[in-house]
Design a protein around this ligand. Structure first.
Ligand code: PXP
Length: 237
């Protein structure tokens, strides 16, 4: 069984569509916690396309479950994280033109910078996770960078167009989780998970947490956020 982190970026995306004040991401976060999810996840993007700094301060003050901030290693974003002090920071790669986070952060090629940022965030008592592809070399480098946890990118598994392909990516996720655990890393996963494919990932041994955004917010449009979360929690039990 895995716990559930709900990414509420898309509530802010809807707000930004009109540039006004609704829907309010803080209300979404409070519903997320009252519906029983274990964490609220937001991504402060460099272009501020959805979540704003103002949202972070409100969330930090009022959210009582874990607040997980997805962020790049860019200096001004790191400075904001050190000021807000979320419970957890998840380092992700960021390209301005991407629709969403397309792959894991490359810990091998960015090792020096990533290690610096990990150390700086840890000094502020922020737990740090790295969002990485299910790849043994990336996991070994993540361990060396000093993090205690990783989030495996499930994008390829989620985008598989047939059962064989899905099985192949699932086995990679299983092997990655096993290796990470053998290195004493806590294992989370996310990206592209939905009501059809999340349950299988939650069943991976030692999988602690799934982080899901788009699918839950999409379902919430029809059944309400509380119901959408309760349905997902039931699936990943
Ligand atoms: N985990 C991380 C690190 C992410 O960057 C994202 C996307 O913001 C998610 C999980 C959630 O992905 P999705 O919206 O596809 O569920």
């Amino acid at each position: 069984m895995a716990t559930l982190g709900v990414n509420i970026d898309h509530v802010a995306t809807l707000r930004q569509a009109r540039g006004g004040f609704e829907p309010e991401p803080l209300f979404a976060a409070l519903l997320v916690q009252s519906a029983g999810a274990e964490s609220v996840v937001v991504h402060l993007r460099e272009d501020r396309r959805h979540i704003k700094e103002r949202d972070l301060y409100l969330l930090k003050e009022l959210v009582k479950v874990k607040l997980n901030l997805e962020m790049s290693v860019q200096e001004d974003i790191v400075a904001i994280a050190c000021k807000v002090k979320p419970d957890q920071a998840t380092l992700v790669p960021e390209k301005r033109k991407e629709l969403t986070t397309e792959g894991g952060i490359d810990v091998l090629s960015g090792f020096k910078k990533i290690k610096q940022v990990v150390e700086r965030l840890k000094r502020e008592k922020i737990a740090v996770s790295l969002f990485i592809d299910p790849d043994i070399k990336q996991i070994a480098a993540a361990k060396k960078s000093g993090v205690a946890m990783i989030e495996l990118h499930t994008g390829r598994y989620s985008l598989a167009t047939n059962q064989n392909e899905q099985d192949r990516h699932f086995r990679k996720l299983e092997a990655a989780a096993r290796y990470a655990k053998s290195k004493n890393l806590r294992v989370f996963a996310g990206h592209g998970l939905n009501y059809c494919n999340a349950s299988r990932v939650s069943g991976i041994k030692d999988m602690e947490e799934l982080n899901i955004g788009h699918s839950i917010i999409s379902r919430a449009v029809f059944v309400g956020l509380g119901q959408a979360i309760r349905e997902m929690k039931a699936l990943i039990k």
